[in-house]
Design a protein around this ligand. Structure first.
Ligand SMILES: [Cu+2]
Length: 498
């Protein structure tokens, strides 16, 4: 669906993006996200930090078409199509006027060029640009010919429309060349983009009713089995004040709810898919039977929209795990289909005594442009511009409040597609478990920075020996920005009080 894209498909996509854009704009006026008041999730540093320009601000700026200095988003594409239709209609009207043979021939030629452009799939690429240049030159030649006042006025009007379209396209082209991150929107001409470049539709997506993700999921016990209910569904999720994403979630939060059980528990998850697309759940790192591994096309048929699938397995081994989608995972996981899964040991041992503070932190990335959400990927044009810990970018990240002398465990989970060297200020920590498996005391290493790669889990522990507000943050420093403005992203505060 790249090169052979027909004009119909493009129109449909453009319309969808337009609708999505409108819905998003409306959505931001709707009261959202009732805070649930879970302890330990009150951002304590918000007051001291200035929120950065948000995607919503950009969205407002791009609502007005014809400015020529806006990006070619879905709106621009729509605009372009409308303008072309108008030009075509104008041409038809002009053809009915009196004119010389020469002028009529030139007009007919231009008309067929227009047809060619409109049927060529509207690729905003160099080919289209050069065709427009050609049309413009032809128009200039025609303007030099003799014609009626009426015809000249119509011709001038058409010429102005052409200029407007070209300045719009020129902007898109310049951006794409200047910075890969400028390739968002309707760049469908290339081979590199594909579906990855399309915005996630926010049409009809309701605002989230919860504001904190990763909270423990309640269960019922049926014949000794712990039964959990999960539903995948899209919501509009706040990653930062004023910055909303269209997220695909488990039970309406990012991350989805934490499943926390004890080693050896029999666990059943009744999973319903209320997404617009098929999906599965993979239980990352847990020793499940093969048929429960949640891999589309390998261990099961994907769960279609509206369908339910029952996952059941014995929870083992103990450790820090997660669950996430395994269908179109480069898109679905990036936009929120992930959650923590903690299995506590059946018997406490010297390496697994419960810490005073136990916090799970899932690290991920987002791409938000003009108020629209795109799946973030490590490729040109799809790079993230927002970075989140448990679905929130600093200063909306949670503050970890601890008392002097308490032992703190942070369970770090890399669920995005980028690595994050996480650095703690003020105190060193020990790596007590890797990918869920305990590190023996003799083998533990002491660090103050630890790289968390995609898919990895590290349990780190430290004793809060120094009072004060200490930062814990990614040391790829672009990852501590919100759309390029620091501070933001993968930063949280550890607040140690006496
Ligand atoms: Cu990072």
């Amino acid at each position: 669906m790249k090169r052979t894209m027909t004009i119909i498909l493009v129109l449909v996509v453009a319309l969808m993006l337009y609708v999505a854009n409108q819905t998003q704009a409306q959505g931001s006026d709707t009261p959202t996200a009732t805070p649930t008041g879970h302890a330990g999730h009150h951002p304590g540093t918000e007051a001291t930090l200035t929120p950065t320009p948000t995607a919503d601000d950009h969205a407002d700026a791009t609502q007005s078409p014809h400015t020529g200095d806006t990006q070619m988003g879905g709106m621009g594409m729509m605009e372009m199509m409308t303008m072309m239709e108008q030009m075509k209609a104008k041409m038809d009207a002009m053809m009915g006027m009196e004119m010389s043979e020469e002028l009529r021939a030139a007009m007919e030629e231009m008309r067929s060029m227009m047809d060619m452009m409109m049927s060529g799939g509207m690729m905003m690429d160099a080919g289209m640009m050069s065709m427009m240049e050609e049309m413009k030159a032809k128009m200039d030649t025609m303007m030099g010919m003799e014609m009626s006042e009426e015809l000249r006025a119509a011709m001038e009007e058409m010429r102005g429309m052409m200029d407007m379209m070209m300045s719009g396209m020129g902007m898109a082209e310049t951006e794409a060349t200047a910075a890969p991150s400028g390739m968002e929107g309707m760049d469908m001409g290339g081979d590199g983009g594909g579906h990855a470049m399309e915005a996630i539709s926010s049409a009809g997506v309701p605002p989230a009713t919860e504001n904190v993700g990763g909270q423990p999921l309640e269960y019922t016990v049926v014949d000794g089995v712990k039964v959990f209910e999960l539903t995948a569904r899209p919501v509009i999720w706040d990653i930062l004040e004023g910055v909303k994403v269209t997220a695909w979630t488990y039970n309406g939060t990012v991350p989805g709810p934490m499943i926390r059980v004890t080693e050896g528990d029999q666990v059943r998850i009744n999973f319903t898919n209320n997404l617009p697309e098929a999906t599965t759940i993979h239980w990352h790192g847990i020793s499940v039977p093969n048929s429960m591994d949640g891999v589309d096309g390998i261990t099961q048929k994907a769960v279609e929209p509206g369908e339910t699938f029952v996952y059941e397995f014995e929870a083992r081994p103990a450790g820090t795990f997660m669950y996430h989608s395994h269908v179109d995972s480069d898109i679905q996981v990036g936009i929120g289909l992930y959650a923590p899964f903690i299995i506590d040991p059946a018997e406490a041992s010297s390496t697994s005594t419960a810490p005073d503070v136990d916090v799970t932190l899932m690290l991920s990335e987002w791409r938000v442009v003009d108020g629209q959400t795109y799946p973030a990927m490590p490729m040109a044009g799809a790079e993230p511009n927002y970075f989140t810990i448990n679905g929130k970018a600093f200063p909306a990240t949670e503050t970890i409040n601890v008392k002097l002398g308490q032992r703190v465990r942070l369970r770090l989970i890399g669920i995005g597609q980028f690595s994050h060297p996480m650095h703690l200020h003020g105190m060193a920590f020990q790596v007590v478990a890797i990918d869920g498996y305990p590190v023996s005391e003799a083998a533990r290493i002491t660090r103050d920075t630890l790289n968390v790669a995609p898919g990895e889990r590290y349990d780190i522990e430290f004793v809060a020996s120094e009072p004060g507000t200490w930062l814990f943050h990614c040391h790829i420093l672009h990852h501590v920005t919100n759309d390029g403005a620091e501070p933001g992203g993968l930063v949280l505060a550890v607040n140690v009080t006496e």
